[in-house]
Design a protein around this ligand. Structure first.
Ligand code: M6R
Length: 610
């Protein structure tokens, strides 16, 4: 979702800005723009609707724009259609103040009305133009950029990462954030600013994670930080340890395929971090058994795939640790007046750690007195910083909008939490625990085994690419995986798809089954498979096209059209295996349709708006 970049230094700014924006493309966007100021402070803005190649074309890859200082933006439309006028950067009336913004100004209508009363005109439908003109108003009033930016922060409600150029202060950038990520790096006399680390990695590994309400002033190859009272503050430097190569395709046609194939390794890495000497060990999280002993229930929140991990965890934790677990969509949790005793542990799951709904749910839980554990992939993200404990999934940077490896890493993190809770509560014996951990350790090899045979899935995807509707059904953990399989398919193939608890289909949705409707059944649970098979037969009798993902040893329905087998594992952990054919299926189908696999339409990697 929207990406911002900034640069000041010895190089020509525009090519650096475009390179940074290219690294942020994965976040999802529908228009882009840059603003570059020369040494005399003249600011030139160029914008283009559509993908970055349009902006590159307009600027001859940035070479046609002179100047060593600039800001850039990729926009994912929130206020106003995705056209050139609404694209960022935005400016004041005489083009002397120019800004890019990631986030949402919630009270923009109210502020806009006030600014109109003060004589301002507006050319776009965006909240960012309002933000820019608000800064302009306070700059005219106080003639002090720090004051103008802090007054802006005091007046707006919402989220923002804002970077501003002032024409009368050439070669300086002012920036501020609230609840939208911003990182800054310096190297050899150059300063870089971005929404996310990949945009900086070709230049530096030493980055500052800007906190809420901190103002950054970039000038002369260094960055100074201030609070809202314009007092200097210290912000620590963090060393980025992951390899820049990890955010590149490495010969794969798409990031999604690369990330699917990285799953054995990320599952292994996450387990290496959580398992010591055959036991689940949370000492790195500083989460001791005693802290878990007093927990009376679990509330899991997340969005999209992270929520689906929560659904799978619910089955596993309830079965192993015998304690009540509730899973809620983060976007709903915060608005419900939930009945909580305060003795629950809230587990928030998020790849990016920046999802606005999940952040809001975490804050709501903290306000309600709950202890909080974050399962997060991005180090230093907002959720990681705000939760009481953090369990980092070791997936490395995930670029494709459709999550795969982060989902798999979250699943094993969830199993580890379940086993830990079971051990603290004494609901599994030491012997059972060891067996479970031993089974966990075998998962990477089993995922690898499934990934070795993609051809049949690829073929099936090509055969079924023209379907209009699909259903994914299963019971228990298989239902949780069905939800994920269905989301994967719809988000990148644009085929309408639903996940149903297998027993529920006959209560309404079966009326949608007609000749050729695709139905995927997930069959990994011995005791439940027979029931789901009956439900699959019911769809087959209505001429559905039935495919099954089944654990070896489970006899699928005789009438099904295609079977994809997965290796056996402990029944609690089957989601880690059954999801793999479903990911591959969606991937190959999207490729067959010629879709933009890594950046599907209308979607963003990190959803920083509510
Ligand atoms: O970064 P998060 O894990 O908090 O993101 C949550 C969802 O937006 C995310 O899982 C989304 O559903 C994915 N595109 C699914 O592939």
């Amino acid at each position: 979702m929207c990406g911002i970049v900034g640069y000041i230094g010895k190089k020509q700014a525009a090519p650096v800005l475009l390179e940074g924006l290219t690294k942020l493309e994965y976040r999802g966007y529908d228009s882009a723009g840059v603003a570059v100021s020369d040494a005399c402070g003249k600011i030139e803005i160029v914008k283009a609707q559509g993908k970055l190649k349009e902006l590159k074309k307009k600027t001859n890859d940035g070479k046609s724009l002179g100047g060593n200082c600039g800001i850039g933006h990729t926009r994912w439309a929130t206020h106003g259609v995705p056209n050139e006028t609404n694209a960022h950067p935005h400016c004041n009336d005489d083009g002397t103040i120019v800004a890019v913004h990631n986030g949402i100004i919630e009270n923009y209508a109210e502020l806009k009305a006030k600014l109109i009363r003060r004589g301002y005109d507006f050319y776009s439908q965006t909240d960012t133009e309002v933000a820019t003109k608000l800064v302009d108003y306070y700059y005219k009033k106080y003639a002090e950029p720090l004051k103008a930016v802090s007054e802006f922060a005091l007046k707006v409600r919402g989220t923002y990462a804002l970077a501003v150029l002032f024409a009368d202060r050439p070669e300086e950038i002012y920036a501020i954030r609230k609840d939208s990520p911003m990182v800054i790096g310096t190297a050899g006399g150059d300063c870089f600013l971005a929404s996310d680390v990949p945009a900086l990695l070709s230049y530096t590994r030493d980055v500052y994670y800007v906190e809420n309400f901190q103002i950054a002033h970039l000038k002369d190859g260094k960055v100074d930080f201030y609070n809202l009272d314009s007092e200097r503050i210290d912000v620590p430097v963090t060393k980025i340890t992951w390899d820049a190569k990890a955010a590149e395709k490495n010969g794969y046609e798409h990031f999604m395929l690369k990330e699917i194939y990285e799953q054995p390794r990320v599952v292994e890495d996450t387990l290496n971090y959580l398992v010591q000497g055959g036991e689940i060990d949370f000492s790195e999280l500083q989460l001791r058994g005693e802290a878990l002993k007093s927990v009376r229930g679990i509330v899991i929140v997340g969005c999209g795939s992270a929520y689906h991990v929560g659904v799978a965890m619910q089955y596993v934790i309830e079965d192993l640790a015998r304690m009540p677990v509730r899973v809620e969509l983060a976007s709903e949790f915060r608005y419900r007046n939930s009945v909580l005793s305060g003795e629950e542990l809230l587990i928030v799951i998020s790849q990016s750690g920046e999802t606005a709904d999940s952040i809001a749910a975490l804050r709501e839980a903290k306000e309600r007195g709950l202890k909080t554990l974050a399962v997060v992939n991005v180090v230093g993200s907002t959720i990681a910083r705000e939760a009481d404990w953090v369990l980092y999934t070791k997936a490395g940077p995930e670029i494709s909008v459709a999550t795969t490896k982060a989902y798999s890493a979250q699943l094993v993190a969830g199993y580890a939490i379940a086993i830990k809770l079971a051990s603290v509560r004494g609901t599994v014996s030491a012997e059972e625990r060891r067996m479970l951990v031993a089974q966990l350790r075998l998962l990477p090899e089993k995922i690898r085994e499934i990934l070795q045979e993609p051809t049949a899935i690829q073929q099936f995807a090509a055969e079924t690419m023209d379907r209009k509707n699909a259903f994914f059904i299963g019971r228990g953990i298989d239902y949780a995986v069905s939800m994920e399989g269905s989301l994967k398919l719809k988000e990148i193939s644009y085929i309408h798809s639903e996940a149903y608890a297998a027993g529920e289909l006959k209560h309404g949705a079966i009326s949608l089954i007609e000749d050729g409707t695709l139905v995927f059944g997930v069959l990994t649970q011995e005791g439940l498979a027979e029931k789901t098979i009956s439900n699959l037969e019911e769809t087959k009798s209505r001429n559905a096209h039935v495919a099954v993902v089944a654990t070896k040893g489970i006899e699928p329905p005789k009438t099904c059209d295609r079977i994809f087998y997965i290796p056996q594992t402990d029944p609690h952990f089957t989601a880690s295996l059954s999801v793999i054919p479903l990911q591959l299926y969606s991937y190959y189908l999207s490729v067959a349709k010629g879709n933009n696999v890594d950046q599907p339409r209308n979607l963003a990697k990190s959803v920083t708006v509510e």
